[in-house]
Design a binder for this molecule. Structure first.
Ligand code: ZN
Length: 87
């Protein structure tokens, strides 16, 4: 899924479209749309925990929500994701 598609999904969702309609409009599998949106909404939930080590994250007001406790976790996580998507 490209970043452009992700943006489009969020826009369409905000306009009140359902998963199925979004999937058809963007020619994506309905399940991809569904899991992307679920993930997206989870990200906005609080409290935040580090996606890599599950440690609770400090929330800094007026800052972008963090999803990792440190750079190390961020790098480890994305490295892991890359590996998984390749296989
Ligand atoms: Zn961590």
């Amino acid at each position: 899924m490209t970043n452009a598609q992700k943006k489009k999904i969020l826009t369409l969702k905000n306009e009140g479209n359902g998963y199925r309609k979004i999937a058809v409009l963007l020619s994506l599998p309905e399940n991809s749309v569904k899991s992307f949106l679920r993930r997206e909404y989870k990200q906005n939930e609080k409290p935040e925990i580090c996606r890599n080590c599950n440690r609770k994250l400090e929330i800094i007001p007026k800052h972008r929500a963090k999803i990792f406790c440190c750079d190390n976790c961020r790098i480890t996580y994305w490295r892991k994701m890359k590996k998984e998507s390749k296989s």
